[in-house]
Design a protein around this ligand. Structure first.
Ligand code: ATP
Length: 660
């Protein structure tokens, strides 16, 4: 059936059909012929025809003519121009004032104990599954650190305490009684008390909350216990603490079961970073200007993703402003609570390269999972769409238009929450309703107003891309798919959107239709941005506050066996042999002429160095005892998902009107 669908539409999910256009018009490196390419802010590279350059600045412009009646012939010629070759100019408008980011130190946490009370050699609990298996997840600043598995052995008993399954929780009824007696122990041999001798280390970049949640894997990942606290770096009190975890209702009744977490904060004496501070483990992906590596920070042993960008390539392609802009957006979002945007930890530079170190999203690209599943059940797609909407809301509220929404730029964390990466095409300092003109994005996801270039475009382009993405996630192919880029653009500007029969709910269809309204002024979100989009009946029942706090359990949990697991990334990259020496980009290896100081000046402000106020703050802290070395980690299992491929039977077509 899946094959049928692919053959019928001549479509198989692939990155090659989808082109990224960069500033100079060069398509991005062909990443395994799978990766979509992004329409960068420059010329469309499919055509060498540059007879109709689009020399318009990528700057905010509110004084656009208000001629909303677009004639088809005009559109066609504009479309030709769009296809023909666009050469916008870059300005420095995408630089931000230097944002301050503070890595104030290192936080070490250890689950001190998870044990029965002294007087209780065994715990009584009714479990659906006798192979109960606890694990913990430390969460800090969008980084998740899963603990090893903690075995639990069961002895049958008549006692009955019910642990709700996901189903029973939603149906408000308890599970059937199995009557098992449980002893929590690391060995699983029935010992009543067993401290969990593992710990997690975090680089603390701001006063943010640390959360530890213990789950029971064998019982639908039910929450066993949790605690949260803000590391007391600024408190001036003792740096060492022990906290008791709060047990959740069913587990509270496990007589004597307690859990404690020990943590201590350590001053970060290092004030600058270089590639030498990181050990390169794997290649994760390749982009237009460099590579992304899985790295281990040598002092804390934390795992990160490190993007290495060649300065020469950036200069050659006139992308300096965008690259510094990407770094600044990441700094800005990492300073606020931005749970669905990949967290920046460090940025620094060498004479030849720029480095962005972000939290590693071990779940891989959404693209990867969509490729495997062909399409997602509507509920799963709705979950991703809702989290993405919150990410867009956050960006838009900062005056940032994302401009490159696509499955390759959406990463999953270990629990299955999304995180947006790649802000290379984003534009800042754009308020709601203000227009900009740069031709950029990724072909399949380009909004018609970007292609037509009549009067610039607004943040509404992100909602168009969201509609394309939701269609793709639920239907399994792109709504405007065409082999040929010109045809793709025609489809986007004039084509009808067809919905396969029986795949989408009426609410989802209406939601997509409203997002794919060709008139950006009438598109869903035009009046109230994300707040308006959230109101659509498609999202009925969503608890936005819970979602924003990541309290909604993702419908799919990626399989991640340990912190540095790369199994969710393409082996084409991960099987590449890498060493720290590989970090020097090919471009630099091939040409050793150093960059001039004027050019180097363009990258000023890229480096973010630990803040000097650290010393004052940290002086107040007491010295702390070290924590034992780390042990291997173990992540939890996944939740299976429905993967039903249906015949793409056209049920409905609509044409989003361009005219208001
Ligand atoms: N924090 C991260 N965690 C895990 N993987 C990541 C992370 N950041 C990037 N990657 C991987 O590296 C790939 C390339 O990253 P990114 O898109 O930021 O680079 P890019 O050079 O801007 O790429 P492009 O040319 O496609 O825009 C991503 O698609 C993803 O697979």
């Amino acid at each position: 059936m899946v094959e049928f669908a692919k053959n019928l539409f001549g479509f198989s999910r692939g990155r090659s059909s989808n082109k990224k256009l960069s500033v100079s018009g060069d398509e991005k490196n062909d990443k395994s012929s799978k990766k979509s390419s992004t329409a960068g802010s420059g010329a469309v590279s499919e055509s060498s025809n540059t007879s109709c350059p689009r020399n318009q600045e990528d700057s905010a412009d509110t004084d656009q003519p208000d001629d909303s009646t677009a004639q088809a012939s005009q559109q066609e010629s504009q479309l030709q121009r769009g296809i023909g070759g666009l050469q916008p100019q870059r300005t420095n408008s995408e630089y931000y004032p230097k944002a301050e980011q503070k890595v104030i130190g290192t936080l070490k946490v250890r689950l001190e104990s998870l044990q029965a009370g002294k007087d209780t050699p065994s715990l009584e609990v009714e479990l659906l599954n006798q192979n109960s298996d606890f694990y913990g997840v430390f969460d800090y600043d969008s980084a998740s650190f899963p603990t090893p598995s903690m075995c639990v052995s069961h002895i049958r008993t008549n006692a009955a305490i019910s642990i709700p399954t996901r189903e029973s929780r939603s149906n408000s009824r308890s599970s059937s009684a199995l009557g098992v007696r449980t002893v929590a122990s690391k060995s699983g041999a029935g010992s009543p008390a067993s401290p969990m001798d593992f710990h997690a280390v975090f680089d603390v970049a701001a006063d943010k909350e640390m959360k530890l949640i213990i789950y029971d894997k064998a019982n639908n990942n039910c929450r066993v216990a949790q605690c949260q606290f803000i590391p007391p770096f600024a408190a001036g009190s003792a740096a060492t603490r022990v906290l008791e975890l709060q047990m959740t209702e069913p587990y509270k009744r496990l007589h004597g079961l307690t859990a404690k977490v020990y943590f201590y904060c350590q001053q970060n004496l290092k004030h600058s970073y270089s590639p030498d501070d990181f050990q390169v483990l794997k290649l994760l992906g390749k982009g237009t200007f460099g590579q992304v590596y899985l790295v281990c920070k040598k002092d804390t042993k934390r795992i990160y993703a490190m993007k290495v960008l060649s300065k020469k390539l950036i200069v050659r392609r006139k992308e300096v402003a965008h690259t510094v802009g990407e770094r600044n957006i990441l700094v800005r979002t990492s300073l606020s609570y931005s749970p669905f945007i990949v967290g920046l930890k460090f940025s620094f530079q060498t004479p030849s390269d720029l480095y962005l170190v972000t939290d590693y999203m071990a779940g891989g690209e959404l693209f990867w999972h969509l490729q495997k599943a062909v399409r997602f059940p509507e509920d799963r797609a709705k979950f991703y769409t809702a989290e993405l909407l919150l990410a867009l809301q956050e960006l838009h509220s900062h005056g940032i238009v994302y401009r490159d929404l696509k499955p390759e730029n959406i990463l999953l964390d270990v629990k299955g929450h999304i995180a947006l990466c790649d802000f290379g095409l984003s534009k800042a300092n754009l308020s709601v309703g203000t227009t900009t003109r740069t031709f950029c994005g990724t072909t399949d996801y380009l909004a018609p107003e970007v292609i037509l270039d009549e009067k610039g475009y607004t943040m509404m382009v992100d909602f168009w891309s969201l509609g394309v993405l939701l269609y793709e996630m639920t239907c399994g192919w792109s709504p405007f798919y065409a082999d040929d880029t010109q045809q793709l653009y025609r489809n986007i500007v004039f084509g009808k959107v067809r919905f396969p029969r029986g795949v989408l709910s009426p609410e989802a269809r209406d939601f997509i239709k409203q997002l794919l309204n060709r008139n950006p002024e009438l598109r869903l979100g035009a009046k109230g941005d994300a707040a308006e989009v959230k109101q659509h009946p498609f999202f009925r029942g969503i608890d936005w506050d819970a979602l924003a706090q990541k309290r909604v359990q993702p419908p799919f949990r990626p399989e991640v066996s340990n912190e540095s697991d790369v199994s969710n990334f393409d082996t084409e990259f991960t099987s590449t042999n890498v060493t720290s020496r590989n970090l020097i980009t090919e471009d630099d290896m091939s040409n050793s002429v150093p960059l001039s100081s004027t050019i180097q000046n363009g990258f000023k402000g890229f480096t973010y160095v630990n803040d000097s106020s650290l010393d004052e703050r940290m002086q107040q802290l007491h010295s702390a005892s070290p924590v034992p070395p780390s042990h291997s980690n173990h992540a939890d299992g996944d939740v299976s998902m429905e993967e039903v491929a249906q015949e793409p039977d056209d049920e409905e077509m609509f044409l989003g009107q361009y005219e208001p």
